[in-house]
Design a protein around this ligand. Structure first.
Ligand SMILES: [Zn+2]
Ligand SMILES: [Zn+2]
Length: 247
């Protein structure tokens, strides 16, 4: 066949996909240039990782560096041992996570996983979790949204840490509105919402993965259900943790 000007053309399906659905910066949502990965150049210079002092239980920033625990953890007995998030659920991160959840920006999960792997390396080395278990969503919600952002986050984190992602929990009930419930009722209500998969032999140390940590009620309920299923140590990672004054 006669060679023409097309000889330098290399077929790259991802380039075509980029042209049709441009990849977006996980922080500001600007379309990414071909060489940019996950975040744009401008945002990469200023990724808002959390800094010490952080709560020794939930990883939330604490204002008074004389304290070891945040105000919320000082009054609560958690079912998990300890957890972390790389970011505060605030500003650009808050807007980004809302887009990831509700505006089809599932691709952001890779950025949150990468950030968690880097930020949490020390914790993960110390805790040695044997599996990452995402917080499940109810099937109806999964059908409506098309994906569970916590599961995407968990799978991306698994790729980066080598810790297997095991979808060991299912959501069996949609949770009732919980605003009017006290923390104890909320915990019981949430526990009923989760079921541990009886066909899975639970490892002894699990890292729960979710998108946002606010009061910790969801992570605690999941941790309680996993413990009943035989898990000994439960830790968690969230993409972001709500700052103390709003929790
Ligand atoms: Zn950006
Ligand atoms: Zn705390």
């Amino acid at each position: 066949m006669e060679e023409t000007g097309t000889k330098h053309f290399i077929f790259r399906p991802e380039r075509i996909a980029d042209a049709v659905y441009p990849r977006r910066c996980a922080l500001c949502d600007a379309p990414l240039l071909p060489r940019e990965r996950m975040v744009c150049r401008k945002c990469r210079k200023n990724i808002p990782f959390l800094e010490q002092p952080l709560c020794l239980s939930c990883g939330r920033p604490i204002r008074d560096s004389g304290e070891e625990y945040c105000e919320s953890c000082r009054g609560t007995r958690h079912f998990y041992i300890r957890g972390f998030a790389p970011f505060s659920y605030d500003g650009a991160v808050r807007d980004s996570i809302l887009r990831m959840k509700y505006s089809h920006r599932a691709e952001y999960a890779a950025f949150y996983a990468q950030s968690s792997a880097v930020f949490g390396r020390g914790y993960l080395d110390e805790w040695c979790p044997e599996a990452i278990v995402p917080i499940p969503v109810h099937r109806d919600r999964l059908i409506r949204r098309g994906y569970n952002q916590a599961a995407l986050f968990a799978r991306e984190l698994s790729k980066r840490t080598g810790i297997p992602c095991v979808e060991a929990l299912a959501r069996v009930h949609s949770t009732k509105p919980m605003k009017e419930l006290d923390p104890e009722e909320r915990h019981r209500n949430l526990i009923r919402a989760f079921r541990a998969d009886p066909s899975i032999r639970m490892p002894s140390r699990i890292l729960i993965a979710d998108d946002i940590y606010t009061t910790g009620a969801t992570v605690d309920a999941a941790a309680a259900v996993l413990q009943r299923a035989g898990v000994r140590e439960v830790y968690f990672v969230c993409a972001a943790v709500a700052p103390g004054n709003r929790a």
